[in-house]
Ligand binder design. Structure first.
Ligand code: GDP
Ligand code: MG
Length: 738
C-alpha cells in the first residue's frame, strides 16, 4: 500500500486510485495527479456541480471508517489489532454511492480525509493541524467534525483545540473578502452515541462550548463584535457504536447519507438544513476543472506561511485557467484557420488573387466555436479576469480573421477588376465582330453591376453580427471607385478606338475626293486662259478652294459622327471637344499627306503633261487636232505650254483664290481644349502656324512645292512638252508624206 506514496508525481494507472488520491503527502507536498484523478472520475467536467467535504477529528476516532461507510470510499482504516495511525496527509476520494436509504445523493461529492493530529506518531503537530484546517476551509463546503459522545462538554478536550484553530483560521482567511465571505457548515457527527442523552441536549452543550471558544479567540480589528453564526451553520448527527450495535450503525449511516443532497435555506436557524446539507452559499465557486490548480496554489501559500488571500488566489486561478482554456480553444480555431491562411499566403506569393470559397462561413463558425467554448469553460471563473481574457482571446482571433478577410477582399478586389476589364473587352470584341453595333456605356454599366454584386456578396458573407470590424461597406465603395476608374480608362480606350475609326474614314474619304480634284488637272479644258464666269464648271484656279471645301466638309461630318458616338458612351463634353480637336489636326495631317502624294514628282509631272496635251492636242471644242504643216503648231504649243506652266506656282502653295491667302487653318483647328488631357501627344504631327514652338509658319505649312522643286518641275515639264511638240511636228510632216 505504501507504493502509492512513492508514486506521487508520476502518472498512475486508473486502478491505482482505488483508495482515492493523496492530495497532500506526509512531507506536505502537493500531488500533481489530483487533476488526473478528477478527470478520470469525470468530476473535472462538472463545472460547479460538485461538492467538497472534509472530515476533521482526533486520531483513531473512526473518521475513515465513517467516510467509507457513508460514501463507499476505500480510505485506509486502522486494523483492529495494530492500532497505528493510518491516514497520512490528506486524501481525497469521490463518493461511490449513488443513493442512501432510498434517497439520491448529490452528484460528484468529493470527500477529503484529513489526518488526525493528536495521534501518537505526530505528537503535538499543531502546525499541520493549522495548515490542513486552512486548506479545508479554503476549499470545502462542509466540515465534518467527528467526536466521541463522551468528549462532548469536555471543554478542554483535544478536539476543542482543533475547533479553536478552525475559528481563528476562518477569521484570518475571510478577513480580506468581507463582502463575499462564504459560509461553511460545521457538521458534528457524534460517535458511540449511547442514546441515554438525546441529541438535542448534546447539541445545546456543543453550541455552548462553541460560543465559549468563539468568545475566547482574539479577533482581528473591526471584527471584535462578529458572531460565530456570521460564518458558520451547524449540523448534528449521532451514530451508535459500530462494533457493539453493528446493525443499527449501518442503519443510521444510511439515514445520514441521505442528507448529502442539495438544500436551501427555508427558515431561520439550522431547521432549514433538513432539505439537504449542501446549500449553494457554501460552495467555494471554484470550477471543477480549475480545482487542482486552485488547491495547489492555496497549499503553496499555506506551506510557505504566506497570507492566504482567497480573492487573489481566485484571480490567479482565473488567469491561469483562462489562459489555459484560451490556448485549448485556439488549437481548434487554428485547425480551421491555419490551412486557409496558408492557401492565401501561397496564392499571394504566386501573385494569383485567390478568393477562398466559403471563407465567411468557416471564419464565422471557427470564431463562434472558439469563443463559445471559451465562454462555457472560462465564464465560471472570476468575472473580471474572464471578461479581460475573453477580450484578449477575441483580439487574437480577430487579428487572424481580419488579416485573412482583408486578404480575401483584396483578392476579390483584384480579381473583380480583372474580370470587369476582361468582360468589357470581350463584349466589345464580340460587338465589333457582329458588325460594330454595341452600346459601350451599356456594356460597362452591366458589367460593373455584375462585378459589384459579386464583391458585395463576398463582403457581406464576411460580416459577423455584432462584430464591428467585419462591416466592409467602405471596402465596397472603394471597389466601386476603382471600377469607375477602370471604366473611365476603358472609355478612353474606346474613345481612342473610335477616333482611329473616324480618322480612317476621313483618310479614305480624303483619298478619293482629293484624288478626284487632282485628276481634274489632267484635263486642261477651259484652262486656256478663257474668261471665268459664274456658271462655268470649276477651273484650275480654284483647285485649293475646292480642296478646302471638300476637306472641311468631310471633317465636319466626321466630327459629328465622332461626337454622337462618344456621347453614347457617356464621354464628357470636354472629352468630346478634345477628341474633335485631335480629329481636326489628324485630318489636316492626312490631307497634307494626300497632297504630298499627289505632287510627288512622277505623279505631278504626268498630270502636267496630260493637262498640256489636252490643251495642245484638242481644240476649243474638244476635238483632237490632226496636225497639218500649215497649222501654227508653234503658236499653239507655246500657248498650251504657258498655260500649263501657270499651274506650277498655283500648285506650289495652298491658297484660296479669292483672298490669295492660305485658309484660316488655325481658326479651323481651334485652340486645344483645356480641362482634359489631349491623350497621346506623340502621334500628333506638328502643324506650322499652330504649334508655334515648332518654329514653322503657316506660310511654310501651306507650301506644297519648294522653290527648287518648282524649278526642277518647270525644267522637266518643258522637256516633256518639247517632246510632245517635236512629235506633233513630225506627225504633221509625216501626214503630208502620206
Ligand atoms: P481514524 O484514524 O479516525 O480514521 O479511525 P479509523 O477509521 O482508522 O478507525 C480507528 C479504529 O476505530 C479502528 O480500529 C476501527 O475499527 C474503530 N472504529 C471504527 N468505527 C468505530 C465506532 O463507531 N466505534 C468505535 N468504538 N470504534 C470504531
Ligand atoms: Mg483515518
Amino acid at each position: 500500500m505504501n507504493g502509492h506514496f512513492s508514486a506521487v508525481g508520476e502518472t498512475l494507472a486508473p486502478g491505482s486510485y482505488d483508495h482515492g488520491v493523496q492530495v497532500i503527502d506526509e512531507e506536505k507536498d502537493f500531488n500533481d495527479n489530483l487533476n488526473e484523478y478528477l478527470q478520470l472520475t469525470k468530476v473535472a467536467d462538472a463545472g460547479f456541480n460538485y461538492h467538497l467535504i472534509s472530515v476533521f477529528g482526533s486520531q483513531s476516532t473512526g473518521k475513515s471508517t465513517l467516510l467509507n461507510s457513508l460514501f463507499g470510499t476505500e480510505f485506509s482504516v486502522m486494523s483492529e489489532t495494530e492500532r497505528r495511525q493510518t491516514t497520512k496527509g490528506i486524501w481525497m476520494s469521490k463518493n461511490k454511492r449513488e443513493e442512501s436509504a432510498g434517497t439520491k445523493m448529490a452528484e460528484n461529492i468529493l470527500v477529503m480525509d484529513v489526518e488526525g493530529t493528536d495521534g501518537r506518531e505526530r505528537g503535538e503537530d499543531q502546525d499541520f493541524e493549522r495548515k490542513s484546517a486552512l486548506f479545508a476551509l479554503a476549499t470545502s463546503e462542509v466540515l465534518i467534525l467527528n467526536i466521541w459522545e463522551h468528549q462532548v462538554g469536555l471543554y478542554q478536550g483535544a478536539n476543542m483545540g482543533l475547533l479553536k484553530t478552525v475559528f481563528e483560521v476562518n477569521l484570518q482567511l475571510f478577513l480580506k473578502d468581507k463582502q463575499s465571505t462564504p459560509r461553511s457548515l460545521l457538521f458534528f457527527v457524534i460517535r458511540d452515541h449511547l442514546g441515554t442523552t438525546p441529541l438535542t441536549n448534546l447539541r445545546t452543550t456543543l453550541i455552548q462550548d462553541l460560543t465559549k471558544i468563539w468568545s475566547s479567540i482574539s479577533k482581528p480589528q473591526g471584527l471584535e463584535q462578529s458572531r460565530i453564526e456570521d460564518y458558520f451553520d451547524f449540523g448534528f448527527a449521532a451514530l451508535p457504536h459500530k462494533i457493539l450495535q453493528g446493525e443499527k450503525f449501518i442503519q443510521e449511516v444510511q439515514n445520514l447519507g441521505s442528507r448529502f443532497t442539495t438544500g436551501h435555506r427555508s427558515g431561520k436557524s439550522d431547521q432549514g438544513l433538513e432539505g439537504g446539507l449542501f446549500l449553494p452559499e457554501y460552495h467555494r465557486r471554484i470550477p471543477a476543472d480549475g480545482f487542482s490548480i486552485y488547491a495547489e496554489g492555496i497549499w503553496d501559500q499555506i506551506v510557505n506561511n504566506k497570507d492566504l488571500d482567497l480573492p487573489t488566489q481566485q484571480e490567479l486561478l482565473a488567469q491561469f485557467r483562462c489562459d489555459e482554456i484560451s490556448r485549448e480553444v485556439l488549437i481548434n480555431f487554428d485547425l480551421i484557420i491555419a490551412p486557409l491562411e496558408e492557401k492565401q499566403t501561397e496564392a499571394s506569393k504566386l501573385g494569383v488573387p485567390t478568393v477562398l470559397p466559403d471563407l465567411g462561413i468557416s471564419g464565422k463558425e471557427a470564431r463562434e466555436k472558439c469563443i463559445r467554448a471559451f465562454e462555457t469553460q472560462a465564464s465560471r471563473y472570476h468575472k473580471g479576469v474572464y471578461a479581460r481574457k475573453r477580450q484578449e482571446l477575441e483580439g487574437k482571433v480577430d487579428t487572424r480573421l481580419k488579416a485573412l478577410y482583408q486578404g480575401q477582399l483584396a483578392a476579390a478586389h483584384k480579381a473583380g477588376v480583372t474580370a470587369f476589364s476582361e468582360a468589357v473587352a470581350n463584349k466589345v470584341k464580340a460587338g465589333q465582330k457582329a458588325g460594330g453595333s454595341y452600346e459601350f456605356a451599356e456594356i460597362v454599366a452591366n458589367e460593373k453591376r455584375k462585378t459589384l454584386d459579386i464583391f458585395e456578396v463576398e463582403a457581406q458573407s464576411l460580416s459577423i453580427e455584432g462584430v464591428s470590424w467585419t462591416g466592409f461597406g467602405s471596402q465596397s465603395s472603394l471597389f466601386e471607385k476603382e471600377l469607375d476608374q477602370v471604366s473611365s480608362k476603358l472609355r478612353k480606350e474606346e474613345m481612342r478606338r473610335l477616333a482611329t475609326r473616324v480618322e480612317r474614314w476621313v483618310k479614305s474619304r480624303l483619298g478619293e475626293a482629293i484624288g478626284l480634284e487632282f485628276n481634274k488637272l489632267g484635263t486642261g479644258r477651259g484652262g486656256m486662259g478663257a474668261p471665268e464666269t459664274e456658271d462655268k464648271p470649276p477651273t484650275e484656279k480654284d483647285l485649293w478652294d475646292r480642296i478646302w471645301t471638300v476637306f472641311t466638309g468631310i471633317v465636319k461630318e466626321a466630327e459629328v459622327r465622332f461626337a454622337d458616338r462618344a456621347k453614347s458612351f457617356d464621354a464628357s463634353d470636354a472629352e468630346v471637344l478634345v477628341g474633335a480637336w485631335r480629329l481636326r489636326r489628324k485630318s489636316w495631317s492626312a490631307l497634307r499627306e494626300k497632297i504630298e502624294e499627289e505632287v510627288m514628282e512622277g505623279n505631278i509631272l504626268m498630270k502636267l503633261r496630260e493637262n498640256f496635251e489636252d490643251k495642245f492636242r484638242y481644240d476649243e471644242a474638244g476635238v483632237p487636232r490632226i496636225w497639218r504643216p500649215s497649222d501654227d503648231i508653234e503658236g499653239i504649243y507655246t500657248k498650251a505650254r504657258e498655260s500649263t506652266l501657270t499651274l506650277i506656282p498655283l500648285l506650289s502653295r495652298f491658297r484660296l483664290s479669292e483672298t490669295y491667302a492660305p485658309p484660316d487653318l488655325p481658326e479651323f483647328i481651334g485652340l486645344q481644349p483645356t480641362g482634359v488631357e489631349a491623350g497621346d501627344e506623340e502621334d500628333l504631327t506638328p502643324i506650322g502656324g499652330i504649334d508655334e514652338e515648332e518654329g514653322k509658319s503657316l506660310e511654310e505649312e501651306m507650301t506644297v512645292l519648294s522653290e527648287s522643286k518648282r524649278q526642277d518641275l518647270v525644267v522637266r515639264f518643258k522637256k516633256t512638252a518639247d517632246g510632245v511638240y517635236v512629235e506633233a511636228k513630225r506627225s504633221a510632216i509625216g501626214g503630208v508624206a502620206q
